[in-house]
Design a protein around this ligand. Sequence first.
Ligand code: C2O
Ligand code: CU
Ligand code: CU
Length: 444
Amino acid sequence: MGAGGVLAFGGLNLLNASGGSAARPGGTAVRYPLRRLAVTTPGALRAAPGYVDIGGGTSVGALLYNGSTPGPLFAVQSGASVEIPFTNALADPTTVHWHGLVVPTAMDGQPQDPVAPNSSYTYAFPVNQRAGFSWYHPHPHMLTSSQVAYGLAGGFVIRDAEEDALGLPSGAYEVPLVLRDANIDKAGNLAYNGTASGFTGKVLLVNGTRDPYLATQPAVHRFRILAGSNSRVFRLALSTGAPFTLIGNDGGLLPSAAQVSEIEVSPGERVDVIVDLRAAAGTTVLLRDLNSGWTILELRVDNAPPVAGTLPPGTLSTIVPLGTPSTTRTFSFDGMTRINGRLFDPDRVDFTVPVGEVEDWVFTTNGNAPHPVHVHGASFQVMARTGGRNRTFPWESGWKDTVLLADGETVRVRIRFALTGRYLIHCHKLEHEDAGMMANFLVV
Ligand code: C2O
Ligand code: CU
Ligand code: CU
């Protein structure tokens, strides 16, 4: 199956007539129990076509990691070494990229290191970074957007002593939510019809469940949210109008908790929020996307006494500013396909960065945004945004690996690399990435 191809295998279960309808606002759609992502220690991973139930017994054809979409939710303690024997049972080359994890080049799943069909590669690396919610997805040359749209993605949680000491909601009350939009064709397969300008699906899938609800208790909840969409930008809000208590983002805990009533997340970004449902017994609270009008998740709260719990402290962590940059580089995200006027060439290295040096990287665009700008190999600190929205947001404090660049904006980030090797900078609108909005650089 190539870009824009179809899934070809037999035994299709056809969707019923309403199967393709999007989640409607206000909770009027038929809803299905949210799939709880099973947390596992990193281990063998296999990409293959197959069928999954997206709710109510509706089975769709998709590309799956270990038989599910999203794939297994890997969790490790910081300091662990992981070994993930990966098998490609797809018809096309693929890679597995560990988005948010700082790993050696050969383990980074870059387009230059494809795993051929019917072959294997073992990804092995130490996890030497603070707690946070990262993820993994394919990154093959010009096939990333279709493979992700067909279902290949999964979460990767890192825990550490600092975060553990905060006593954040855990167990049933720590809820990872992988958001993505999808299209389903008449034969009942996930369908992909992206173009250079993007891909927007008519159906929202949360942890692979369409129109989900979560039956829960009046307790303090932690939602760890990944925008796993190809192109769609979400604007999260609660139907009650109550703010989220924002505690983390791509690179883990923020320096301090922030009350925010709307949060914008673009492809690749993560946010970590606390929602106190202790006073919501017997009610339904909606997690909504204000951009599309969709209800992302219906929270059906039991009519029961509140579950004991605490809110996080105001001060969460210490983020040391990176200091004075020695160099400033500028990156213009041009049209839908280029950075600084050039298309991605896997064999060309566009610039060299000295390891351990602090640099400022400035992102600009001449249009066709949103461009969620992502860097491999290091996290960065967002320093400033001018033009457009003309400010930075609470979810952009701390450490980021992806930042949203909207039309008319200039975003300045500060970065320092600890590992040498070849890494990538690219637009995480996956259609822009595949069309060439990506560049190689060497850290030396
Ligand atoms: Cu999540 Cu280079 O990507
Ligand atoms: Cu990445
Ligand atoms: Cu872009």
